[in-house]
Design a protein around this ligand. Structure first.
Ligand code: SER
Length: 626
């Protein structure tokens, strides 16, 4: 079936709307109130409070297409299925429907709506884990089996295909919790207390007809099976039955069982086209054509070029979305990841022969592709182009000299941490780029020594090195919740003393402190900070009630409720209000929670420890309860 990815996204959302779901907008790529992770890496991340039991403003059935970014996949890009940015189609049941409905709808969607041939579909289910007392998920396996039957296919249910291989006629397999358990931190043993998770059933498309069926994996000497990494099978979606939470005493059931489905839009699109390469899906067409026009090369003609094409297509798309969501290149956190992406993409575009200075045209091709689905990109077009151009220029200013320096260092046969740091600090070479250049010459870089060096020069505590922030763990401890409520009080104080132009531009809370970015053009005086402190401490001392209500976005706007990023909220919103006993309102803000029920639960005295510039027009505060 020839269907563009835009059509597929529409079909999926329409389908779940017809099953009683409310379609909600994508959250931003930079998560709010989640200190543990730099980016939104899955569709469920913004849904965590609702999976844990907070009421979602749109009800118990919700669906969306969520922008996701996984920095840990940067190095994986280049094959037929990995990208750093992707859209995850998602549907959720918050204590509403469960396995039977989800499996039936998925089957209907895959086979009837997008026309996938059931003979080429495979499913995996949870084998069970006695140690934690969670049984085998036979219900899901049998549900799939019955659906195969309706299509005239009698499927067996296999076990241990990773050892025994796949037997003919088997479309359903049990795997252990390493594969078929989902939580943000992976398998049960790795989950922290308070984290929700559950067994999942994953869906795979078999591209084997093109690849040539093989019994042994094409990449290592073991049987090929659906979870083997040879590229024949591609996972197109994951149904998580999130019904457990980890506690001090092992696993307990959540008050209500949830469904968390996530499926990669691009992967489903190429399965529908039966072309085993996500980069041929329609979302890359314009960018690919731009690279072809600028470089004179054709995608797919040469394998080495194909790798470079994929890196450029992926990185430019991701960078465009990141700038669209407010990230700007820098040497820390999200900004550093963006810088790495852009610089890596410039290097690969150079290899392909894209002329200098033309790079931002590729970002324009991304905006052209996504403008309709994500109008924000169009609204921020000028800023995106300008950031991309600035970064390309900055990089080129030092690239030539840096490469000369790099070659000189290469002559000694080693790249020390100090060398890598000098390339970073003087020539703007991200560590990973130096590592990649060294690897091309068969050398390695002492990354630990680099990091030591870096730490000496600045606080590296939250610099995003690949893997370090894998699958973030938002912490819902009491202290983090208390600081979250304090953040609302502080914003109300800032707006009281600095004016209504102050809005939240980002926030990051750990047990130790809150960090808060807000829009304001100049340094805030210590006197004002003292006033804000007093305002917050007064609210804490006054034992104010914190309440939540669900109202329409229009009404919230009309009431003057404080909020930023309005476009990411659904039509009905959660509004948190902090009120004194006399009924006067201290703070009223759009938010997903969680918050303390009363400010008397906030222990300690509030103090603003630091106020500094964050980026143009944005200030940053670090504050503590002590
Ligand atoms: N949480 C699951 C995933 O990210 C399904 O949405 O794969």
């Amino acid at each position: 079936m020839t269907m563009s990815a835009d059509e597929l996204r529409r079909k999926y959302l329409d389908f779940f709307e017809s099953k009683g779901h409310v379609i909600v907008p994508s959250a931003r790529l930079v998560p709010e109130n989640d200190p543990s992770t730099l980016f939104t890496g899955s569709g469920m991340q913004p849904m965590v409070p609702y999976l844990l039991g907070e009421p979602h403003p749109s009800g118990t059935r919700v669906s969306d297409s969520q922008k996701c970014f996984r920095s840990q996949d940067i190095e994986e890009v280049g094959d037929n299925r990995h990208t750093t940015f992707f859209e995850m189609l998602g549907n959720w049941s918050f204590g509403d429907y469960f396995k039977q409905e989800q499996i039936k709808w998925m089957w209907e969607f895959l086979t009837a709506e997008i026309g996938l041939d059931p003979n080429r579909l495979f499913f995996t289910c949870f084998r069970g884990n006695e140690d934690i007392g969670i049984p085998k998920d036979t219900e899901s396996a049998v549900a799939w089996q019955n659906l195969f039957s309706t299509a005239g296919i009698e499927s067996g249910i296999g076990d241990c295909p990773e050892v025994d291989g796949m037997r003919s006629g088997e479309h359903i397999f049990y795997y252990p919790d390493k594969k078929n358990w989902w939580s943000r931190s992976g398998m049960p043993a790795n989950m922290p207390v308070g984290e929700p998770g559950g067994p999942d059933t994953e869906m795979f498309w078999d591209f084997g007809i093109q690849h040539g069926l093989h019994e042994r994996s094409a990449w290592k000497d073991e049987p090929c099976h659906v979870n083997c990494d040879c590229g024949r099978f591609v996972e197109i979606g994951n149904n998580v039955f999130m019904e457990y939470v980890k506690t001090e005493n092992g696993f307990e059931k959540l008050p209500k069982p949830n469904v968390d489905f996530g499926g990669g839009l691009e992967r489903m699109a190429v399965a529908a086209l039966d072309l085993p390469d996500v980069f041929v899906c329609s979302l890359f067409t314009r960018t690919r054509e731009s690279i072809e026009a600028l470089s004179g090369k054709t995608y797919g003609e040469d394998e080495k070029d194909a790798y470079a094409f994929r890196v450029v297509m992926d990185h430019v798309r991701a960078a465009t979305f990141l700038v669209g969501d407010g990230v700007i290149p820098s040497n820390t956190d999200q900004g550093y990841v963006l810088r790495r992406l852009l610089r890596r993409a410039v290097r690969y575009a150079d290899m392909l022969g894209v002329p200098e200075g033309k790079f931002s045209e590729l970002a324009l091709s991304v905006i052209g592709t996504y403008g309709e689905a994500y109008p924000d990109l169009v609204a921020r077009r000028d800023q995106i182009v300008s950031e991309v151009e600035k970064e390309e220029k900055k990089f080129r200013e030092t690239l030539f000299r840096g490469m000369k320096e790099f070659e000189k260092k290469m002559l000694t046969g080693v790249v020390s941490g100090g060398d890598a740091f000098e390339l970073f600090s003087t020539y703007g070479f991200p560590l990973e780029m130096t590592q990649e250049l060294a690897a091309e010459r068969g050398l390695s870089v002492d990354a630990d020594a680099f990091k030591d060096e870096f730490r000496k020069h600045q606080d590296l505590s939250r610099t995003a090195s690949a893997g370090k922030f894998k699958g973030g763990l938002a912490d819902h401890s009491e202290q983090v919740t208390a600081l979250h409520t304090v953040t609302h009080l502080m914003l109300a104080g800032l707006r009281k003393y600095l004016g209504d132009q102050v809005h939240q531009a980002g926030s990051n809370i750990t047990e130790e402190r809150l960090r808060f970015d807000f829009t304001y053009p100049e340094k805030v005086s210590r006197e004002t900070l003292d006033q804000v402190e007093a305002f917050v401490n007064d609210a804490i001392g006054s034992e104010c009630e914190v309440s939540m209500e669900q109202i329409s976005k229009e009404e919230a706007k009309a009431r003057g409720v404080e909020g930023s990023f309005w476009e990411k909220y659904p039509d009905t919103v959660n509004v948190y209000t902090v009120r004194k006993d006399d009924g006067s309102i201290i703070s009223q803000e759009l938010c997903g929670g969680p918050h303390v029920p009363n400010t008397s639960a906030i222990r300690g005295k509030f103090r603003i420890a630091k106020e500094e510039a964050s980026s143009a027009g944005v200030r940053r505060i670090k504050a503590v309860l002590e």
